[in-house]
Structures are given as structure tokens and as C-alpha cells.
Design a protein around this ligand. Structure first.
Ligand code: CU
Length: 217
């Protein structure tokens, strides 16, 4: 095994979520307070002299600076997390490689080392089978139009672009059956472009792979 700690996309996502949501809630409260106070303070009444003041430069500059700083802070956090997932995780030695191809309207999961091909669509909705707690290299590509590989369990979503293969290393930490689906509208049967992810213990995965995928999971 590698000495680099496993990257958990789920953990990275929740760490970002815990920062984004309070900021979004704070912005919402400020907007509601400002709107309500404006509505109450300037509600219809007898006409008085019109104010000659049309702008307040220091206040507006401070507001713009605060907005810019907040956006820069969030972008920094987001890109740092993406960097960890994309770059740092690629230094891990993958235990399994899966070529993932999105096509109208099914997923193909190809395991070159084991000669196994699983298809999510026509042939009995075969699952993507992976071992838990092992880095898995996914080579992501699309055959026809843009699809998106979305596995909510990992909090991972990535657009697949025809003619381009993207590599990403992901790790599942929980054993079980999870859902995946295409998250980019790709045509009439887009909503049927779903798949299951079967996460096994490493020993069970080895058995499954040794049987050429014939042993049921
Ligand atoms: Cu789709």
C-alpha cells in the first residue's frame, strides 16, 4: 500500500459544505434584514423633500471589497480541495483500474486487468464492482455526447467529454450498494442512465475478479 493517506472525496465535500452553508445563510439573513428594514422605513407616506444624496462611495467600496474577499476565500478553499483530489490522489498506487465509458444511454465499466466488462443498461443492469478502502483509478470518457459520472456516495461528479480521457483516483470506504447516474442531460433516455455501485471487501472483490465477474455479487 502507499504511504499517502487515502483521499476521501466525501470528507472534502462535507468540509466545504460546512463552510459554504453558514456563509450562504449569513448572506440570506443580511438580505432579508436589509429588504425588510427598507420596506418598513420607506413605506408609502406623505411626500417630503427628496434626498439629494445618490451614492455613498466608502460604503459601496467596502461592500465590494467584502464580496470580493468572500468569493476569493471560497474559491481558494474549493480549488485547494480539488487539487487534493485530482493531483495528490493521483500519486496513490491504484489497486484496480476501471475504464468508464458513458454512451447513449448506458455505462460501460471495463476492467482491463481481469478482462471483465460490465454494462449498466441492456444486459441486466450489471453494477460497477469495486473493493472498499483501496484506491481505484477511473479512466473516464464518453463515446458520443457529454455525460456526467455522478456517484453520490463519494460526493463525486465529473463531466465526461467525448474524445478526452480523464483520470481520477477515488476510494470507497463503505461496503454496500450505492446508486450512480448520469448528471448531464444527454438525450431522451438520460433519466434511465443509472447504475449501481457494489462495494465489496477486498477479499470478496478478488474472488469476484478471479471468477471473471461470473460469481454473482
Ligand atoms: Cu445523461
Amino acid at each position: 500500500m502507499t504511504s499517502i493517506a487515502l483521499i476521501s472525496t466525501r470528507h472534502e465535500y462535507h468540509a466545504l459544505f460546512a463552510i459554504y452553508v453558514p456563509i450562504a445563510a449569513g448572506v440570506f439573513v443580511v438580505i432579508v434584514v436589509v429588504i425588510l428594514s427598507a420596506v418598513l422605513r420607506y413605506r408609502r407616506r406623505e411626500p417630503t423633500a427628496v434626498s439629494r444624496r445618490s451614492e455613498h462611495n466608502p460604503l459601496e467600496a467596502g461592500y465590494a471589497a467584502l464580496l470580493t474577499a468572500t468569493v476569493a476565500f471560497l474559491l481558494y478553499l474549493t480549488f485547494t480541495a480539488e487539487h487534493r483530489v485530482d493531483t495528490v490522489s493521483l500519486r496513490q498506487t491504484p489497486a484496480v483500474t476501471v475504464d468508464v465509458t458513458g454512451a447513449k444511454w448506458e455505462w460501460e465499466f471495463r476492467y482491463p486487468r481481469y478482462g471483465i466488462v460490465q454494462r449498466s443498461g441492456t444486459v441486466g443492469r450489471q453494477p460497477l464492482v469495486v473493493p472498499a478502502d483501496r484506491p481505484i483509478r477511473f479512466n473516464l470518457s464518453a463515446q458520443d455526447v457529454i455525460h456526467a459520472f455522478w456517484v453520490n456516495e463519494l460526493r463525486f461528479k465529473r463531466d465526461l467529454i467525448p474524445g478526452k480521457t480523464q483520470q481520477v483516483i477515488l476510494t470507497f470506504t463503505r461496503i454496500g450498494l450505492f446508486r450512480g447516474q448520469c448528471a448531464e442531460f444527454c438525450g431522451l433516455r438520460h433519466s434511465e442512465m443509472v447504475f449501481n455501485v457494489r462495494v465489496l471487501t477486498p477479499a470478496r472483490f478478488t474472488q469476484w475478479a478471479a471468477s471473471g465477474g461470473r460469481q454473482g455479487v
